[in-house]
Design a protein around this ligand. Structure first.
Ligand SMILES: Nc1nc2c(c(=O)[nH]1)N[C@H]1C(S)=C(S)[C@@H](COP(=O)(O)O)O[C@H]1N2
Ligand SMILES: [Mo]
Length: 368
């Protein structure tokens, strides 16, 4: 039996409002009502693990090695990283590519995430590009490969996950090797002592328990980088169609999306009485432009103002008051639009592994 970092009762104490999908690898997501703040508290933040949680005997002795296509391979301790490089904080959404998978029909393989595998936190660390500059990238460098001690549940000889970044993303200002989350030392459940923060990329690229970065001269082929893992068909696919892995590409972006955090599913309101509707909109590489709500099944949509965010990678708050005159069932629909004109669809394109479901968020309630 793989050993767990923490047992379930402790998880329930640390993160009381989370629904646990999987106890062996520990996968859990909050109820949507817990996501109602611009910064998601650690105790409400989802957890996603592909393998068994690693045992970390001496976090103070943690080291990070950078090698491969570099002039000067280097190993740092955590205090050395903190002393040698500038510390920066980036506020960014972390979302699992499988968030919302439960909404696909027909169902796909994978954890049936509802809508809570997302959160927005303040991540503090050093810029990955500063480490790369220090080590000196060789001209052949095109991709990073990230390694961690967590093991596959089925086969302990295998990494649970080893993903990487195109060198341009690794060299971007916002990409960090992070050691703090919301001004606390990075919690062990979220990859402490060190993790990658790759704002705008899917959560799978945010390697936890990072202890080695190897620079490569080709795309990384580590665990969960191949086949259909965290890869999407580059042309639309129909359910049941034969899979041609050659037509799949690594996910490096997240679609425009929004979440209504109030009111919640099955809400009740009085006819003619204003009630608050609020939530967040976000996307990957492309900025959010606008937010719209409908309360008549999508016949008409009204614009809702988006509040400024803490930087380009944080989610943006929207809030307004709605009044519904007539008693009866009502569904609030929410959709965001990005600056390139993409809008959340009524139904997201089906794909074999159920990634990137950004369909319009619907919240059903009753007007009395
Ligand atoms: N070492 C390691 N890093 C990992 C994973 C993992 O299984 N092992 N899962 C990834 C995935 S798929 C996601 S969505 C995020 C989740 O981060 P969180 O658990 O801090 O919310 O971590 C990523 N980093
Ligand atoms: Mo994920």
């Amino acid at each position: 039996m793989p050993r767990r970092l923490i047992e379930l009762p402790l998880l329930r104490r640390l993160k009381p409002g989370l629904y646990v999908h999987d106890e062996e690898a520990l996968n859990a997501e909050p109820a949507i009502g817990l996501l109602d703040t611009p910064i998601t508290p650690v105790d409400a933040f989802f957890i996603r693990n592909n393998g068994a949680l690693p045992e970390i005997a001496a976090p103070e002795a943690w080291t990070l090695t950078l090698n491969g296509e570099v002039e000067r391979p280097t190993t740092w301790t955590l205090p050395e990283l903190q002393q040698e490089f500038e510390t920066v904080t980036v506020t960014a959404v972390l979302e699992c590519a499988g968030n919302g998978r439960v909404q696909f029909s027909p169902v796909t393989d994978g954890l049936q995430w509802r809508l809570g595998a997302v959160g927005c936190a303040r991540w503090t660390g050093v810029r990955l590009k500063d480490l790369l500059a220090h080590a000196g990238l060789l001209p052949r460098a095109v991709y990073t490969a990230h390694y961690s001690p967590d093991r596959s549940i089925k086969d302990e000889t295998k990494d649970a996950l080893s993903r990487g970044l195109p060198i341009a993303k690794a060299m971007s200002d916002e990409t960090l090797v992070a050691f703090a989350m919301n001004d606390e030392p990075l919690p062990r459940l979220h990859g402490g002592p060190l993790r990658i923060v790759a704002p705008g990329f899917p959560g799978s690229a945010w390697q936890k328990w990072l202890d080695r970065i190897t620079i490569r001269s080709c795309e990384h082929d580590g665990e969960k980088m191949r086949g259909t893992d965290y890869r999407m068909p580059v042309v639309p696919m129909r359910p049941g169609e034969a899979i041609d892995e050659g037509l799949f590409a690594v996910l490096t972006d997240m679609p425009v999306k929004s979440l209504v955090t109030a009111p919640l599913e099955s809400f009740t309101v009085a006819a003619g009485t204003p009630f608050a509707v609020r939530g967040f909109a976000w996307s990957g590489a492309v900025a959010i432009a606008a937010m719209e709500l409908s309360s008549d099944g999508g016949k008409t949509w009204c614009d809702v103002a988006l509040e400024p965010a803490e930087g380009a990678f944080a989610w943006r708050r929207f809030q307004t008051m709605l009044t519904i005159a007539v008693a009866g069932p009502v569904t609030i629909m929410a959709r965001a639009r990005d600056v390139e004109g993409r809008v959340q669809p009524l139904e997201a394109p089906w794909n074999p592994r159920g990634y990137c479901n950004n369909q319009v968020h619907r919240v059903a309630g009753m007007v009395h």
